[in-house]
Write a protein that binds this ligand. Structure first.
Ligand SMILES: Cc1cc2nc3c(=O)[nH]c(=O)nc-3n(C[C@H](O)[C@H](O)[C@H](O)COP(=O)(O)OP(=O)(O)OC[C@H]3O[C@@H](n4cnc5c(N)ncnc54)[C@H](O)[C@@H]3O)c2cc1C
Length: 352
């Protein structure tokens, strides 16, 4: 068995949706698990850091690039098995996420429908517990297989071991980069009703005259809403080069939420009470009320014309421009409302 040889100095910008950033010192595409093992052994033998890349839709790479072996995960394959009344769907890490959602919806398996249209690959969905429109993968994910890059062993982690919370997990902040995720299992409900928890989704379905929505109706509405906000990857979209939301929604104390409403003079401040008594605020609203309108441009970067949470890289933008603009947004929101914003993407070689 020959060990695959990594390529050298491979541009990462074309592999990332914002289209910015420098090269990987070493780069390898892994179409099977053996290649991931061999890549890890290769990087350990040379003392080169090891990093995993999926669809590059939640990643900002420094302009100087990364001095690492970047392994682009391209392992495909889907298996299903019936367990009692449920379906366990296991997908290899390189499966395109939205194709998996489409398959589940088509088969009538409930549990992923609101996550339609999220870019990227299956293997990244546990990293930040991807979520949208009232659903998160942590609600259906039962297990994942990963190569532990510290021990070199393959481990199976159950849901509790993933440490999921809002746009976060053990893999994002506690032990970033430790686990190379190989496959993920989701437990879905055949014939289950779709999740319609999110007011905007309910309104969209009602406007379409859909009384009792099917999974397909929900997928269609989610995709339409996402398109109207440039939240699907579309090459022809002027807002296309982004990581989607650049910040998570801010979660603050009830007293802080009241303070923000007072400062803005807006009692209609959008707020979502959390089970622990805190309140989730719309970071898009905070940015807009701190003086940055949708479409605001600063040189080659700016806010999306359709959503104030997305930072768009235009022609000539560098990663440094994206990050500097993000810092200005953070500082303005902090100065006006005293609320810190938390960046959502992962940064390689950069501090956000
Ligand atoms: C237009 C747009 C809309 C978006 N909307 C949403 C949304 O609604 N909800 C949401 O949650 N996110 C959203 N995102 C963010 C992004 O799509 C998701 O976070 C997605 O899961 C990232 O997948 P990826 O394969 O592109 O990961 P990448 O960007 O390639 O990687 C992200 C991180 O995951 C790690 N990683 C990737 N694959 C693996 C693996 N197999 N093993 C270990 N680590 C791995 C990388 O090292 C990196 O740290 C959006 C992005 C865009 C561009």
């Amino acid at each position: 068995m020959t060990t695959p040889q990594p390529l050298e100095h491979v541009a990462l910008a074309p592999h990332c949706t914002p289209g910015v950033g420098g090269p990987a010192r070493f780069f390898l595409e892994a179409r099977d698990e053996l290649t991931v093992h061999q890549a890890l052994a290769w990087s350990k033998a040379r003392g080169v850091p090891f990093r995993m890349l999926g669809g590059g839709s939640n990643l900002v790479v420094a302009d100087a690039g990364v001095d690492a072996l970047v392994v682009r995960i391209a392992i495909r394959g889907i298996t299903t098995r019936q367990i009692g009344g449920a379906i366990e769907l296991t997908a290899a890490a390189g499966e395109p996420w939205d194709e998996l959602v489409a398959l589940a919806v088509e088969r009538g398996w409930a549990g992923l429908e609101c996550l339609s249209g999220i870019p990227g690959l299956v293997g990244a969905t546990p990293i930040q517990n991807v979520g949208a429109y009232g659903q998160e993968v942590s609600e259906t994910l039962t297990a994942l297989r990963a190569l532990d890059t510290v021990t070199g062993h393959v481990v199976t982690l159950n849901n509790a071991e993933c440490g999921f919370s809002y746009r976060d997990s053990r893999f994002k902040r506690v032990e970033p980069g430790r686990h190379a995720i190989l496959a993920v299992t989701y437990r879905l409900v055949p014939g289950g009703a779709p999740r319609v928890r999110y007011a905007e989704l309910a309104r969209h379905l009602a406007a379409r005259g859909v009384g009792t929505p099917s999974l397909g109706d929900v997928r269609e509405s989610v995709l339409a809403i996402r398109r109207s906000k440039s939240m699907v990857v579309d090459a022809g979209d002027e807002n296309g080069r982004s990581c989607g939301s650049f910040f998570t929604n801010a979660i603050v104390s009830a007293a802080d939420a009241d303070r923000v409403a007072r400062i803005a003079g807006d009692p209609a401040l959008p707020r979502w009470p959390q089970p622990d008594g805190r309140v989730k605020l719309s970071s898009a609203w905070l940015i807009e009320h701190a003086g940055f309108a949708r479409g605001h441009r600063e040189g080659p970067v700016g806010l999306s014309t359709r959503h104030a949470l997305a930072i768009v890289a235009h022609d000539g933008a560098r990663a440094a421009d994206v990050v500097a603009f993000a810092r200005r947004l953070t500082a303005a929101v902090q100065a006006r409302f005293g609320v810190p914003l938390t960046p959502e993407p992962v940064f390689w070689g950069l501090d956000a």
